[in-house]
Design a binder for this molecule. Sequence first.
Ligand code: HPA
Ligand SMILES: [Zn+2]
Length: 341
Amino acid sequence: MADTLHRVLRGMPKAELHIHIEGSLEPELIFALAQRNNVRLDYASVEDLRRAYAFTDLQSFLDIYYAGASVLITEQDFYDMTRAYLKRAHEDNVRHVEMFFDPQTHTARGIAFATVIDGISRALADARSEWGISGGLIMCFLRHLSEEEAFATLEQALPYRDRLLGVGLDSSERGHPPEKFARVFARCRELGLHLVAHAGEEGPPDYIRTALDLLKVERIDHGVRCLEDPELTRRVAKDGIALTVCPLSNIKLCVFDALHQHNMRALLDAGLKVTVNSDDPAYFGGYINDNFLQTFDALGLDAGHARQLARNSFSAAFLPASEKQKRLDEVDAYFAEAGLA
Ligand code: HPA
Ligand SMILES: [Zn+2]
């Protein structure tokens, strides 16, 4: 029975809506790029680096994540990183990806915005033509940096407006509330960009409320702390605001002590539009199907949950209505064929 459910989870069509492309950089690729670009690393070997992936909270992860990203120098580096992720996603039957990238991590090191976005976009275009994966880019502002720096980044992005699906907000959550970026998000809204923000991962439920009220985001990234506030939970459920949940990330960053204590089932039971995602798969021990399989095992979820989560992933995606319906129909057909509809 578990084998059947695993097969269904692996094979079902799905969208990934919460993946930081820099977080897909595997230690082997970090070392290969460091060598190619003559970048010095503070780690002696792949094993040595992997051993450092013992995080106690979000900040302890971010410090290593930004260090890892320092090996990315050329357009080809950004292509190779993105290509490796998309190949892996394709193997997990991901049909649509909305991918975060952090331009400020690179422009602060003197890398041109064009180098970053050209490499990532070329890999996305190739994945579309080779594997039929649709996708888009969500440019994230680093919330530990200033509003002024976010505006400067938006300015650099303007020539590439057509390549962006939307903008997001990531990095250190505590002490950097959504309102810090209210004016930047208002400008992005005028530009017709979709809006999302990380909130309620480590930060309090109130950051979810202010992300909705002041930034006017359409989805909440993580949002697992929503349940601490019943009124907010009812509102998020009623308004159909999706939460892009990342179970393995939550364990690695000590948001929950163990996967069997994760609140994914409670979130679903509360009627929230939950999706399953990998966040930073190279750092957190698994890609999207690892997240599905391990969470289903730990929480005893069933095929009904699988279908709901696959449907939610497309329903929450920023896809044109006709494209969305097509993907939802594919999910329904998949479950009907498996005799699970
Ligand atoms: O999980 C995350 N949270 C906040 N910022 C991030 N940047 C990469 N991953 C994350
Ligand atoms: Zn994230």
